[in-house]
Design a protein around this ligand. Structure first.
Ligand SMILES: [Zn+2]
Length: 294
C-alpha cells in the first residue's frame, strides 16, 4: 500500500489489523466493488454494505437493454449480482437496501439521511465509506450528501472512495475530481486484482459499464467538508451529458431544502422519525448486541 502525501487518516483505518466496523453506503449495486473491493476483502465481517437505490431506473431503459421485462426483475437481479460478488469476500454483510428508485435519490435527501442515521446508530458502525460529491451520477451525489449529514449527526468519521467524474472532456475514473485532501492510494496485489475481476464478473448486467474501471488501484480519503448547496465539481457535471434523472441546475434546490429540514433535528429525533420511512435497523439481517437500542 502507498499513500500520496496523506498522513494517518480515517482512510488508513480501513486497512488496519483490527479495523473498525465499517458501513459502506453506496448508490447502486456494484458501486461498492468498483470503489472499494480491496477494503471489503480486508474488512470481511467488519464490513456492512448498504445500497441506497435498487439500481433500476423506472424508465426501463437499462432493464430493457439487459433483456428484462420488468423493473422489479431487473432490480432483483442487480441485488443478486451484488450478493454473489460480496460472497467472494467470505464475510461482508449486505444489508437490506433502502430501495429508492434509481436516478431519484436526489429527491429524497432528507428521508435517506434519516434512514442512514438510524442504520449507523442501529449497527453501531464506527466508520462510514461513501462516494465523493463530484457530479458523476446524481444518485452518488445524493448518497454523499446523506452520508455526510448522517455521519456528522452520529459523530462517526466519513471516508470517500473514488468513482467517476467529468474533467471537462468526458468521464474520468481512478482518481478524485478535486486533488485535496490527499488520498490513500491502495495498490492491489495479484490476489486482490484476481478477486476484484471475479467480483466484476458477478455483475453480468453491468459488463459494459464495469469495463471502464480499474482493478489495480483504489483511492480512499477523509471526506472533505463539501458545500452541498452548490453544484458539484465547479459545475463540470458528468450526468448533464446524459438523461440520468436530474440536471445539475436542479441539485442546489434539493440540497438546501433537505438541509433546512434536517437542521433543527437532533440525532435522537432523527432516529425517532425513521419509523415513518419503514427503514428501521431491526429489519437488517445481522445479530444485535444487548447494548444496541431497540
Ligand atoms: Zn453508481
Amino acid at each position: 500500500m502507498q499513500s500520496c502525501g496523506a498522513g494517518e487518516s480515517a482512510a488508513h483505518r480501513l486497512f488496519e489489523q483490527k479495523p473498525p466496523l465499517t458501513l459502506f453506503v453506496v448508490a447502486h449495486p456494484d458501486d461498492e466493488v468498483i470503489a472499494a473491493a480491496a477494503a471489503l476483502m480486508h474488512l470481511r465481517e467488519k464490513a456492512l454494505v448498504l445500497h441506497v437505490t435498487d439500481g433500476a431506473p423506472r424508465n426501463m431503459a437499462d432493464a430493457a437493454r439487459a433483456g428484462f421485462a420488468t423493473v422489479g426483475a431487473y432490480a432483483q437481479t442487480r441485488c443478486a449480482e451484488s450478493r454473489a460478488a460480496l460472497a467472494l469476500t467470505d464475510g461482508v454483510t449486505l444489508l437490506d437496501g433502502l430501495c429508492v428508485p434509481d436516478q431519484t435519490a436526489s429527491r429524497s435527501l432528507f428521508e435517506i439521511t434519516v434512514a442512514l442515521v438510524d442504520i449507523i446508530t442501529g449497527t453501531a458502525a464506527e466508520l462510514v465509506v461513501t462516494h465523493a460529491f463530484e457530479g458523476g451520477h446524481p444518485d452518488h451525489d445524493a448518497t454523499a450528501f446523506a452520508a455526510a449529514h448522517a455521519a456528522r449527526a452520529c459523530g462517526v468519521p466519513l471516508v470517500e472512495a473514488s468513482g467517476y467524474f467529468d474533467d471537462g472532456a468526458g468521464m474520468v475514473t481512478g482518481r478524485f475530481a478535486q486533488p485535496e485532501p490527499p488520498a490513500l492510494v491502495h495498490t492491489m496485489d495479484e490476489n486482490e486484482q484476481f478477486t476484484k475481476r471475479r467480483m466484476f464478473e458477478c455483475f453480468v448486467t453491468q459488463t459494459q459499464t464495469l469495463a471502464a474501471f480499474e482493478t489495480t488501484v483504489e483511492l480512499y480519503r477523509p471526506a472533505p467538508p463539501y458545500d452541498f448547496a452548490k453544484q458539484p465539481n465547479d459545475g463540470r457535471v458528468l450526468y448533464d451529458r446524459y438523461d440520468w434523472g436530474l440536471r445539475s441546475s436542479e441539485w442546489p434546490r434539493f440540497a438546501v431544502d433537505a438541509q433546512r429540514r434536517l437542521q433543527p433535528l437532533s440525532t435522537r429525533r432523527i432516529v425517532s422519525r425513521a419509523d415513518r420511512y419503514h427503514w428501521r435497523a431491526h429489519t437488517l439481517q445481522f445479530p444485535r448486541t444487548p447494548a444496541d437500542p431497540a
